[in-house]
Design a protein around this ligand. Structure first.
Ligand code: MN
Length: 386
């Protein structure tokens, strides 16, 4: 049995991971579940999966959760700090980091230091501190198994190619709901439009990031660290059908792609049971449903966030950390109708210009940068006019 800790069990990735676990009760066992504030779903999950420990980050709900689970042999903890504690839980084999945003950084570090393999769904961890995390994982001989569908695709394409050099990778992008639109159009869009993703059902934050192409920018940075590439070896290609999940091009020009119907349960299952594939009855791809695939260049002039992400990783140091922190603030503001779609890029760019650049950050520098960038971004949001 593989014993699993899920950090962020009530979100989109967390609930889909539990579906995979439910379908494979002889293979997986849940050790730890944690939720930010959705205590009702957490309680329901705990009653079904009977973990040894649950964490509710919102401390005001601790007593409610504790009471609801009082007849079960389940330890209940509260607070964000508890995430780092349960990330090291001795009985667990693998930690699925499905938290939203840079809050995933500290628990991921704790899990790596405790020698736990990481199923990484929290891409922000690698965006904020990719160099630090990948070096730490190497030092502790811990595997980072990507859950992000594009990175899972690359990871699957690389199986059996350990001795071969990568020339280039192509991350595919759906283009999101605003593909082909211009800035005039984007200046008027509201969250309801941005939240309608054509191919993938995801949480609100990543759906907005997909509409602005920031998600693809974060994925470029994630890929750089996961696969130890130069930025120039990473290209983004828009593929609106989202069937090819990404591609690797080797030094002889040969390309490998991983394909399938868009369903996050597949990369989740692959990461949790790596290196073995598991049988399932997920929907199968039918060629005749897709008589043609199409590809186009990503429009970085209209969707400036992708350009800003490339700029940040070329600059390196704490710049991607600034980009990520500012982005988390502006996405939250956009979801509350406090800022326009295009202004999100303006705020991020201004933070990248104004926050102190640190070329070789220590862990404490990342944490400080994250804090300061959030404060500045929030100020800029307040000053902006919708
Ligand atoms: Mn992705």
């Amino acid at each position: 049995m593989k014993k699993i800790t899920i950090l962020g069990s009530t979100g989109s990735i967390g609930t889909q991971a539990l579906e995979v676990i439910r379908d494979n009760p002889t293979i997986f066992k849940v050790s730890v579940l944690s939720a930010l504030k959705n205590s009702e779903l957490l309680i329901q999950q705990a009653k079904e999966f009977k973990p040894e420990v649950v964490v509710i980050c919102d401390e005001s709900q601790y007593l409610h959760v504790k009471e609801a689970l009082s007849s079960f042999d389940i330890k209940v903890l509260a607070g964000e700090e508890a995430l780092s504690e349960v990330a090291t839980y001795p009985q667990s084999d693998i930690v699925l980091t499905a938290l939203m945003g840079s809050v995933g950084l500290k628990p991921t570090i704790s899990a790596i230091k405790a020698g736990k393999n990481i199923a990484l769904a929290n891409k922000e961890t690698l965006v904020v501190a990719g160099e630090y995390i990948t070096q730490l994982a190497a030092a502790h001989q811990v595997k980072i198994l990507p859950v992000d569908s594009e990175h899972s695709a690359i990871f699957q394409c690389l199986v059996g190619e350990e001795q071969n050099e990568i020339e280039k990778i192509y991350l595919t992008a759906s283009g999101g709901p605003f593909l082909g639109r211009d800035q005039d159009f984007l200046s008027t869009v509201k969250k309801e439009q941005a939240l309608k993703h054509p191919n993938w059902v995801m949480g609100a934050k990543i759906t907005i990031d997909s509409a602005s192409l920031m998600n693809k920018g974060l994925e470029v940075i994630e890929a750089k660290w996961l696969f130890n590439l130069d930025v120039d070896q990473i290209d983004v290609i828009v593929h609106p059908q989202s069937i090819i999940h990404s591609l690797v091009q080797f030094t002889d020009g040969s390309m490998k792609a991983q394909m399938g119907v868009p369903d996050m349960k597949l990369p989740i299952q692959y990461a949790l049971n790596y290196p073995d594939r598991l049988k399932n009855n997920f929907k199968r791809f039918n060629f005749l449903d897709y008589p043609s695939f199409s590809f186009q260049k990503a429009d970085m002039k209209t969707f400036r966030n992708l350009d800003l992400a490339f700029t940040s990783i070329r600059k390196g140091g704490n710049m991607p950390c600034i980009l990520n922190a500012a982005n988390e603030i502006v996405v939250e503001a956009f979801l509350k109708d406090k800022i326009g779609f295009l202004q999100m890029s303006d705020v991020i760019e201004q933070c990248m210009e104004e926050i102190n650049f640190i070329e070789k950050p220590q862990l404490s520098d990342y944490l400080e940068t994250d804090k300061h960038s959030r404060i500045l971004a929030a100020e800029l949001v307040t000053k902006s006019k919708v």
